[in-house]
Ligand binder design. Structure first.
Ligand code: TYD
Length: 208
């Protein structure tokens, strides 16, 4: 019987460098013979990628925080069913760029005070936590410049501005304290090689 894989998430404010690091760590795992997949939220399955476009494009006020919770959770459920759980069951390490912690912080704390609704819906429809979560921390002034400079057309959340990013930062720091058994803070202002070196040892300790 194959041993179930581990579920690793990367979280943090917009432009904190987590997506680059998620790619680097998956390359490292691949090069070292660890079966793994790299996936992301919102998205990661065909249906969830369709929902992603509704969420990340358009005017900041396009959706209310309540509607956003429903859309992110719908996307997550599809992603979990079709991508994450099958990979874990096949013994693969799943590296996921954002997961439920983003909904807890973005919709549950920063956009609105809706953490109870987020938690109830999570319990009902998702019910799965990562084995390890890296929370990228950095100065929002720096990360926002990085994020908007990308001009990806997917900057609906960056458009909420600096005070929103500051709320997000506080929200992620509070989350790291709430779930100390699985969350590790990463200094996102370090060089890319330095951040990679922060992440590798705890990840390998979990996988070995
Ligand atoms: P992402 O593409 O990961 O953005 P970035 O590369 O800037 O980190 O995610 C898109 C946006 O969606 C991002 O601004 C965060 C937001 N988001 C939420 O508000 N709630 C959620 O549950 C998730 C998964 C993402």
């Amino acid at each position: 019987m194959t041993k179930n894989g581990k579920f690793i998430t990367f979280e943090g404010i917009d432009g904190s460098g987590k997506s680059t690091q998620a790619r680097l760590i998956q390359k490292f795992l691949r090069d070292n013979g660890y079966p793994s997949i790299l996936t992301r939220e919102p998205g990661g399955s065909t249906g969830a990628e369709d929902i992603r476009r509704l969420l990340v494009e358009g005017e900041p006020g396009r959706w209310s925080p309540e509607t956003e919770i429903l859309l992110f959770t719908a996307a997550r459920r599809d992603h979990l069913e079709r991508t994450i759980l099958p990979a874990l069951e096949a013994g693969k390490t799943v590296i996921c760029d954002r997961f439920a912690d983003s909904t807890r912080v973005y919709q549950g704390a920063a956009r609105a005070d809706l953490r109870d609704s987020v938690d109830q819906l999570h319990k009902l429809m998702i019910g799965r936590e990562p084995d390890l979560t890296f929370i990228f921390d950095m100065d929002p002034e720096k990360s926002l410049t990085r994020g908007l400079a990308r001009k990806s057309g997917e900057d609906r959340f960056e458009e909420f501005g600096l005070s929103f990013q500051q709320k997000l930062r506080a929200g992620f720091l509070a989350l790291a304290q709430e779930f100390p058994e699985r969350c590790l803070l990463v200094d996102g202002q370090d060089t890319p090689a330095g951040v990679h070196a922060q992440i590798r040892p705890p990840l390998m300790a979990l996988l070995e």
